[in-house]
Design a protein around this ligand. Sequence first.
Ligand SMILES: [Zn+2]
Ligand SMILES: [Zn+2]
Ligand SMILES: [Zn+2]
Length: 120
Amino acid sequence: MRSSFTRISFLFIVALALFAMGAISGCKSTEPESTEPEAAATECATCQVSMKEGGWCDDCGAGYVSGEKIACEGCYGLASGGKTEWCEACNVGYVSGKKTECQGCVTAAKNGGTCPAHGG
Ligand SMILES: [Zn+2]
Ligand SMILES: [Zn+2]
Ligand SMILES: [Zn+2]
């Protein structure tokens, strides 16, 4: 029966075509999407201005001082205001707005003393 053979071949080709289409569309879906948090942050208009001119973005909860991103509002205030204070939440401090990881330096700068670790 030649007709049944043709029908099976036809079904086989259709199945192959569907498989190929599925493989192509499956390949496309693995491409990285543009809705990642990192990409969204840079697309924020406020952040783009803040990156250049400095400023805090309430929407993203991030600030920029001299192009450096600061994700803590307290730290952003210290850095942008040129203040001398220790941030317990981030475990970093600022001396006249300059970031330091030494609490002794911050305490010394505030009290007019010297840092036991770094002297000065
Ligand atoms: Zn933003
Ligand atoms: Zn902080
Ligand atoms: Zn120090």
